[in-house]
Design a protein around this ligand. Structure first.
Ligand SMILES: Cc1cc2nc3c(=O)[nH]c(=O)nc-3n(C[C@H](O)[C@H](O)[C@H](O)COP(=O)(O)OP(=O)(O)OC[C@H]3O[C@@H](n4cnc5c(N)ncnc54)[C@H](O)[C@@H]3O)c2cc1C
Length: 481
């Protein structure tokens, strides 16, 4: 079995570590912050308020996610939102409008004009595109029209990627839409015929049937549970400085049999005991080294030239800033019934927020009691990066201004929790394939070196868990002797 070093204890690195340890490998995870979990972190106050730092929910998009929860004995702690919270709103003409859930609702909705609805009904008769790397915006314009792009799609992209549909690549950022067109020639026909055809043996659950969930004490429960299982194998507050392959030349790396001990290529990781410059430097050797840190975090690690030549470029993947601001109010101070998941705001509406989750409608324990509510608002993104950088009081004013227009506020917030993410979410823009090609090449030319993380396999927590299962199988298969 292999000695495996993993850099980064986000959900990608932790899940990989847990799965590989379960397969019998000796694993050590090196995390530079003081707390494992990356974007999954929850704050709870003594007086009963609670807020997530990053994601609020996970989509149960595969059987692998269910089995991770069961391997961690977390089934009893998983919580699903009330069915009422399924309703989603989008802003049009300054008003919140429920997203239609059926053809009858689509025909009646004021979210789209009559001509936009007619355009949607003609979608099955549009031909396929011929671009190999089309932007999401061009794809939607081509199949569904400009209005559908400007309102529902722009709102959705702000909510998922904090991104811009004019820049995102259809096949990388929304691969399922690309597949629907490829397999069925139409999004509408594709949905009516049961969606994307999955390869045999796939455990994927179609997005429209997959549940979303959290845990009784928030999403942090998940990294905490994995960290507990891993025990001493997770070291925090250590700063990796260099990855090296000291005993072997580049030629040897490509032919692992040539290494001094006849095993796979040997990797070394040097790290400082904490973030201070003068801190002690330690070096550990591994048969397998996995980089599971953020794409931009690679900038802080010296790499062998041959590896650097390929993967240094991933640090250029854009990550716009986002601020997550959770405010708590007295229930009576919010006029709207908050009967849903939340509201998304298209850029064309001119608000200074991307959208707001009705967090205590999803999970009532986010507020101290039924007389209070929490609302989590996201600001910034590719659309308005300057707003993410404003100070906390200014942001609160912007958010309460927007919430007042949308939900009718009568009182001041009783609770405030803000997290600023200077580099929040990787943007899979057109040209993203070059980063994936580089990573694939780096792995095939450097046996024993692997990369995992949201910038490679998809930004949702579910995507990163699914990818960790696949990579753990691949690594185990290659390095079990
Ligand atoms: C505000 C926000 C809201 C989101 N909402 C949702 C949502 O509702 N649903 C959803 O599914 N997803 C959501 N996401 C996305 C999702 O949370 C992330 O894509 C996912 O958690 C990424 O996991 P990861 O392990 O790949 O990376 P990360 O969580 O970024 O973890 C990487 C870890 O590596 C460490 N690290 C980085 N560089 C180094 C280094 N050089 N050395 C050592 N350690 C290093 C970091 O400190 C970090 O702990 C959201 C993200 C954000 C920021």
């Amino acid at each position: 079995m292999a000695r495996i070093g993993i850099i980064g204890a986000g959900i990608s690195g932790l899940t990989l570590a847990f799965l590989l340890q379960n397969k019998g490998h000796s694993v050590t995870v090196f995390e530079r912050s003081v707390q494992p979990g990356g974007a999954l972190r929850t704050t709870r106050t003594a007086d009963g308020w609670s807020a997530e730092w990053g994601p609020n929910t996970i989509i149960e998009s595969s059987g692998r996610i269910k089995s991770l929860i069961s391997m961690l004995d977390l089934e009893d702690r998983r919580v699903y939102p009330d069915d009422l919270a399924k309703k989603r709103y989008i802003v049009r003409n300054g008003r919140m409008i429920a997203v239609p859930g059926s053809l009858a609702e689509l025909i009646r909705t004021p979210l789209l004009s009559r001509s936009a609805k007619m355009r949607i009904l003609r979608e099955p008769f549009r031909g396929r595109g011929n671009s190999t790397d089309e932007t999401l915006a061009d794809f939607v314009r081509r199949r569904l029209g400009e209005e559908f792009l400007k309102w529902p799609i722009d709102a959705l992209v702000g909510g998922i990627y904090a991104g811009n549909p004019e820049l995102l690549s259809l096949r990388h950022a929304f691969p399922r839409l690309a597949l629907l067109e490829e397999q069925h020639g139409s999004l509408i026909w594709g949905q009516l015929r049961g969606g994307i055809r999955q390869p045999a043996g796939s455990d994927e659950i179609p997005r429209n049937k997959a549940a979303i969930f959290s845990f009784d004490d928030g999403l942090q429960v998940l990294p905490e549970a994995i960290t507990r299982k891993l025990g001493d194998a997770v070291v925090t507050n250590v700063w990796p400085t260099e990855i090296s392959t000291p005993e072997i030349s580049t030629t040897d790396i490509r032919n692992p049999a040539n290494t001094s001990d006849g095993r796979s290529a040997r990797w070394q990781l040097s790290f400082r005991e904490n973030h201070k410059k003068g801190a002690d430097l330690t070096t550990r050797s591994f048969d397998v080294l996995i980089y599971s840190g953020t794409a931009y975090g690679l900038n802080d690690i010296k790499l062998p030239d041959s590896l650097s030549k390929e993967i240094r470029a991933v640090t250029e993947i854009p990550h716009p800033p986002v601020t997550s601001l959770t405010l708590g109010f007295r229930r009576d101070d919010v006029a709207h019934p908050l009967d849903g998941f939340g509201v998304l705001v298209p850029g064309v509406e001119g608000f200074s927020v991307l959208g707001t989750l009705f967090t205590s409608s999803l999970f009532p324990d986010r507020a101290p009691d039924s007389g209070h509510v929490t609302l989590t608002t996201y600001l910034g993104g590719t659309r308005q990066p300057e707003i993410a950088g404003k100070d906390e009081d200014e942001q609160e004013q912007l958010v309460t201004g927007a919430l007042d227009r949308l939900l009718g506020l009568r009182g001041k917030p009783r609770f405030r929790h803000r997290v600023h993410w200077p580099k929040a979410i990787p943007q899979f823009q057109t040209g993203h394939q070059q980063f994936l090609d580089r990573i694939n090449r780096a792995e095939s030319e450097h046996p024993g070196f692997y990369m995992s993380g949201n910038y490679r396999t998809g930004i949702s927590v579910g995507d990163t868990i699914n990818a960790a299962f696949d990579l753990a199988d691949r690594i185990h298969h290659k390095h079990q002797d």
